[in-house]
Design a protein around this ligand. Structure first.
Ligand code: KIV
Length: 283
């Protein structure tokens, strides 16, 4: 894609225009390029890379250095989409000052356009301070994977009215703190709709039903590249893993039975040069 770079103004305008926002994750250059070519609005370099790229059990082990490394690669591929850099666990939790420094590093060293962090009411002062420092912030509420164990595991959130109200409070706190948008993960669809109506900034859902302002999915889940577990809210649009394994098996077969490489995959040398070489290496 060589379209005009998408800005946070465009993202906010989409809600006013009732245009659904499309967001996917990417962790490297080829996936950044493909997301760009597919014409999505937002590309998230999510700390989900801990699981789907690094093989960790969760996102807690992901560091600033991991994030910067992957953000740099994705940014090289994304000319049009807005690129969001995810703030890893403990990069914003200890102090507001550290949060601003680390948000700045993701932008300055990684090159992302905006940052995302998990948390609502409790992190509103942090969001406000980062925004005041000139860095746009996307919030993330509902199921927050970095603190999933404290929430009882990777489970739907906002089940009863009290829990649902506290997520609405989180959404309002993020809007008041100056977040330009937020992700809401794993909540009942009617609650997703209530939240999208409760705030004026775009609410992008993952497992939050259809009546929010846009959708995000982890690309590796959506294309069947990571199938250790597939959350209920994921739709698999293709199954790329068996295709890749089949290609590797076919390659293995051809190498072992000596049908690869064929002549068309090889570089030639003239008979004269070969003969000359033969003389040169004779003992
Ligand atoms: O890290 C990530 O990929 C995310 C999505 C689940 C929204 O935060």
């Amino acid at each position: 894609m060589t379209g005009k770079k998408i800005t946070i103004h465009d993202i906010k305008q989409a809600k006013k225009d009732h245009r659904k926002l499309v967001m996917v994750t990417a962790y490297d250059y080829p996936f950044g390029l493909m997301a760009d070519e597919a014409g999505v609005d937002i590309v998230l370099v999510g700390d989900s890379l801990g699981m789907v790229v690094m093989g960790l059990e969760g996102t807690v082990g992901v560091t600033m250095e991991h994030m910067i490394h992957h953000i740099k690669a994705v940014v090289r591929g994304c000319k049009t989409p807005l690129v969001v850099g995810d703030m890893p666990f403990m990069s914003y939790n200890t102090s507001v000052r550290e949060a601003i420094i680390n948000a700045g590093r993701l932008m300055k060293e990684g090159g992302c356009d905006v940052v995302k962090l998990e948390g609502g009411v409790d992190f509103a002062p942090t969001v406000e301070a980062i925004v005041k420092a000139g860095i746009p912030v996307q919030g993330h509420i509902g199921l927050t994977p970095q603190t999933a164990s404290a929430l009882g595991g990777f489970k739907m959130q906002g089940k009863d009215a009290k829990a649902a109200k506290s997520i609405v409070d989180d959404a309002r706190a993020l809007e008041d703190a100056g977040a330009f948008s937020m992700i809401i993960e794993a909540v009942p669809a009617p609650l997703g709709e209530v939240i999208a109506e409760a705030v004026n900034i775009p609410v992008i859902g993952i497992g939050a039903g259809p009546n929010v302002d846009g959708q995000v999915l982890v690309t590796h889940d959506m294309i069947g590249l990571f199938d250790k577990f597939v959350p209920k809210f994921v739709k698999q649009y293709t199954q790329i893993r068996p295709t890749i394994i089949d290609a590797m098996k076919a390659y293995k077969q051809e190498v072992t039975n000596k049908t690869f490489p064929a002549w068309e995959h090889s570089f030639n040398m003239s008979d004269e040069t070969l003969a000359e070489l033969g003389k040169m290496i004779q003992k």
